[in-house]
Design a protein around this ligand. Structure first.
Ligand code: NDP
Length: 271
């Protein structure tokens, strides 16, 4: 039985074991997937113990994604640019690191929500880990423009500079935002505290998709405000399921179907 874990602190809330158990059953893979609670200063040691006992891979969540980036022996390009790793694969004594969060977001927007990104105007709110992980996968869809804004403007500027070689990305301030966007992605953690990024109403058009990466607490204040301005809205549950599918495929070589898993998680969360 091939063993996988999700490592974090806290970890009890993680939906990943449920998602991967469903993927494994659906694709007939013989694997286990458990939660691994690791002390805040014990990440490296815990990974090494799991790797030595034959573990095949791991997901990494808060607060260890940066440490996972530092610990990996090899990184995919998207993980290197994200500066954060959410998936390990252990192979011949080596730790391979990937970041599947941004790909999960793009799949959820394009495939599940049916929203094209090529040639579109995208607004990305936030300049933390989630935003950094989303930038390359979003730019790879060749948008007309990707604008990054952040409460601390200098962090958005740094991100735009770092990713300028990969597509038409620029930063601005909230006050400097002009015109409507096709897609607005809230990659801030503002919704956790029911805060609303100060967007001017002009960013919304009747076809705008307003996407909040947060999930699990019903429509966020960001989603409610966007809806009042006529936008379509979506939370980050699909991103969670799709980043897991991306990791599962990397580990097992088979792509699981996600629709049923998504529907069942949505039902659990609404109870
Ligand atoms: P970070 O702590 O790395 O970054 C937080 C970002 O939010 C920063 O840009 C910060 O701005 C901004 N921010 C925080 N509070 C506010 C506020 N009150 N008003 C405006 N901006 C604010 O967090 P992550 O990037 O790791 O995560 C961001 C969100 O994405 C979280 O809600 C997380 O749950 C979600 N997420 C969802 C995933 C999924 O699968 N659906 C996967 C990964 C993340 P500043 O720089 O000024 O501090």
């Amino acid at each position: 039985m091939d063993e996988y874990v999700v490592i974090g602190n806290p970890i009890a809330h993680s939906k990943s074991p449920d998602i991967h158990a469903r993927f494994a059953a659906q694709t007939g893979q013989s694997m286990s997937y458990e939660r691994l609670l690791v002390p805040l200063h014990g990440f490296k040691a815990a990974v090494q113990v799991f790797q030595r006992r034959g573990g095949r891979g791991a997901n990494i969540t808060v607060p260890f994604k940066l440490e996972a980036h530092a610990l990996a022996d090899q990184l995919t390009e998207r993980a290197r640019l994200a500066g954060a790793v959410n998936t390990f694969k252990f192979e011949e004594g080596c730790i391979l690191g990937d970041n599947t969060d941004g790909a999960g977001l793009v799949t959820d927007i394009m495939v599940n929500a049916g929203q094209a990104l090529q040639g579109r105007r995208i607004l990305l709110l936030g300049a933390g880990g989630a935003s950094r992980g989303a930038l390359l996968p979003l730019l790879q869809q060749r948008p007309a423009e990707l604008v990054v804004v952040n409460r601390t403007a200098s962090r958005a500027e740094e991100l735009a500079t770092q990713f300028a070689a990969y597509g038409p990305v620029r930063s601005t301030t909230f006050a400097g935002l002009e015109g409507a966007f096709d897609v607005i992605v809230n990659a801030t953690s503002a919704s956790l505290s029911d805060d609303l990024p100060p967007l001017p109403p002009s960013v919304y058009g009747s076809e705008t998709l307003a996407y909040d990466m947060m999930y699990g607490r019903g429509p966020t204040v960001f989603m409610q405000s966007a809806q009042q301005h006529g936008a379509h809205v979506r939370d980050g549950l699909g991103m969670l399921v799709e980043q897991a599918a991306e990791a599962f495929q990397w580990w097992r070589g088979v792509r699981p179907a996600t629709a049923e898993v998504f529907a069942s998680l949505r039902q659990q969360l609404s109870q």
